[in-house]
Design a protein around this ligand. Structure first.
Ligand code: PXP
Length: 249
């Protein structure tokens, strides 16, 4: 045993709901996927209730709050509607993400520095309700400092640019992005915030990020759900867990 805490895996189940919604019925059920993820050793479940409800629904969030034994990380935009929903359910963690209706996925980190005042007021009631507030953010020192000033306990670093560069074979860009993630996870940690990371991670890209000692949690969804088509959800999660542990060792 080392005294370094284990790297946690949060499994994002949004895209089980994407497949369900393609037919408008109730199959496949994201709650069933969440229970399988728990059994496979997920340390938390992540779900993003988007303004347009394109995947996760309000009923899914209520259901997850009821059935989960691991913490729910509720991702949401900084809107009044979402704040009310979060305050009603009081999930373990609330991750504030930027959201644009026309985007395919969460494209960038939150612009905290420019909206510092509004966000400080926005997260205060969530913190008071006992939710851990996390801010989804680019590996950018200015944004991290702003997240710290507004009182966020957690930052989640956006790994999308690193993963895209890898997928497109732009290896110099990839290595530069990885270096920024490494430096900024150490910086966030030095300010006393817990550091998470996620977006676009897969079996090829997870290990260099998992190896950063300051990163406490990875949130991974799209790849795991996609891979579960080929090998099943539990084996897909177990392999991700194995790679994370290997990188950490
Ligand atoms: N972390 C955050 C804050 C996200 O918004 C998302 C996507 O919803 C993820 C992690 C997971 O990204 P992916 O589905 O690409 O693994």
């Amino acid at each position: 045993m080392t005294d370094e805490p284990q790297l946690r895996l949060g499994v994002n189940i949004d895209h089980v709901a994407t497949v369900r919604n393609a037919r408008g019925g109730d199959y496949p059920d994201p709650l069933r996927a969440a229970k399988i993820a728990e059994k496979a050793g997920a340390d938390g479940i992540t779900a993003h209730l988007r303004e347009d409800r394109r995947h996760i629904s309000d009923a899914d969030i209520a259901g997850l709050m009821e059935v989960l034994t691991v913490p729910l990380n509720f991702e949401m935009a900084a809107t009044d509607e979402m704040q009310q929903i979060a305050l009603r359910h009081k999930p373990h963690a609330v991750c504030i993400v930027p959201e644009k209706r026309e985007e395919r996925t969460t494209e960038g980190g939150l612009e905290v520095a420019r909206e510092e005042n509004r966000l400080a007021h926005f997260i205060a009631p969530l913190r008071n309700a006992g939710c851990r507030v996390s801010i989804f953010i680019a590996a950018d020192q200015r944004q991290i400092e702003a997240a710290h000033r507004i009182g966020a306990q957690v930052i989640e670093l956006h790994t999308g640019a690193y993963c895209d560069a890898h997928a497109e074979g732009r290896y110099e860009d990839r290595d530069r992005e990885l270096e920024a993630l490494r430096e900024m996870s150490a910086f966030g940690h030095s300010l006393g915030m817990e550091v998470h990371a996620g977006h676009g991670l897969n079996y090829e890209t997870v290990q260099p990020v998992a190896a950063f000692p300051e990163v406490r949690e990875l949130n991974i969804g799209h790849f795991i759900i996609g891979e579960s088509i080929f090998r099943g959800l539990e084996p897909a999660i177990l392999e991700m867990r194995r790679l994370m542990d290997e990188a950490r060792a």
